[in-house]
Design a protein around this ligand. Sequence first.
Ligand SMILES: CC(C)(COP(=O)(O)OP(=O)(O)OC[C@H]1O[C@@H](n2cnc3c(N)ncnc32)[C@H](O)[C@@H]1OP(=O)(O)O)[C@@H](O)C(=O)NCCC(=O)NCCS
Length: 346
Amino acid sequence: MNAIVGILAHLLRPTASSPLTLCRICIIRVRQWPLPSIESAMIVVTRLGPRRFPPSMNIVDLRQTTVRQIEPLLEEEARHWRDELHWDYRGALELIKRFLDAHALAGCVAFEGGSAAGYSFYVLEDQKGLIGGLYVSSKFPQHSIGRRLLEEMLLSMRAIPHLMRIEAQLMPFSGPVDTPLLDQGFRLYTRQFMLLDLQKAHEAKSDTSGGMRLTRWNDRYFEPCAKLIYLAYANHIDGEINGCGQFVPGASFILHEPGSDDLVAAVLTSEVSPGVGHTTQICVLPGYQGHGLGRMLMQTSAEALRSMKFGELTLTVTSDNRTAVKLYEKLGFHTIKSFTAGVWPH
Ligand SMILES: CC(C)(COP(=O)(O)OP(=O)(O)OC[C@H]1O[C@@H](n2cnc3c(N)ncnc32)[C@H](O)[C@@H]1OP(=O)(O)O)[C@@H](O)C(=O)NCCC(=O)NCCS
């Protein structure tokens, strides 16, 4: 979700040196927007609608929907983000609403008996489509509606010329989405949403810096940091998706060799709700990994957040990234929710 919100924010403020642009996904320039045409999506919906859905269910293009129609759904979804993930989703909702108002958000809404039961949306970035959200209200049959929304959306996405890849990272507030994604030919990864209680006892910070300079974030590190992230994630399992929030420069740090502008490691932190930080990025250059730098940066960031009176720190990680998961567990993080990320084609 938050990756998509980052993109939306980026689109709304394309020239701003906004902290949001620090997120990996946000630094990618979005060239094609909005796509596809309303007409092409409508053709798909019209063709499938009457044949495949119960008479009471109606699937409508998101760009033909008003904010008022789906507001209760959005609010219900925001409560899940707050209660289950300690995440203040209201900023994200405001962005989504602005795009809905502009009829510029591609996706589908399921209406049951005149009420919006679920919605999903996507954004396009170069030749890649990102499924940003899928939510079905608990008042409706969540599995069947969720599946149908996904099917509809994927059908219209695949009709977009030159679309080479689709990514989905969906919080399963409406139940698991693995089966429909698998059925649609996605490769799945399990992701973990982890949380650290900053008030609990913690081990003393290691002072491993290997002779390098530890510096608090400054905007002039933006370019070298983008390069570091690119190098650290080359062919890496966790290289696809990451999150945003309100950037916290005071809890973001970089490491570099004395006398060099090239970065060796970085940790970037956001605030996702009052007093809750989120590590949007932690990476160490290959060749420097396994020497305690990652641990030291995480501890430094946590310490800075503590001094700023934050109570919790969260992050997401792909379960197969064993090195990172082990590191976070040793630092005291525990998993509060697992979810599925999918990539198409295999
Ligand atoms: C994940 C990452 C940030 C860890 O940084 P690091 O400097 O390599 O890690 P550290 O040396 O501080 O190691 C801390 C712990 O991680 C684990 N670890 C580190 N390197 C390891 C390795 N090669 N094999 C197994 N475990 C390893 C160990 O549990 C270690 O704990 P220990 O010191 O008690 O043995 C770094 O490997 C990286 O940048 N990876 C690529 C990008 C990435 O995956 N980022 C995280 C996305 S969520």
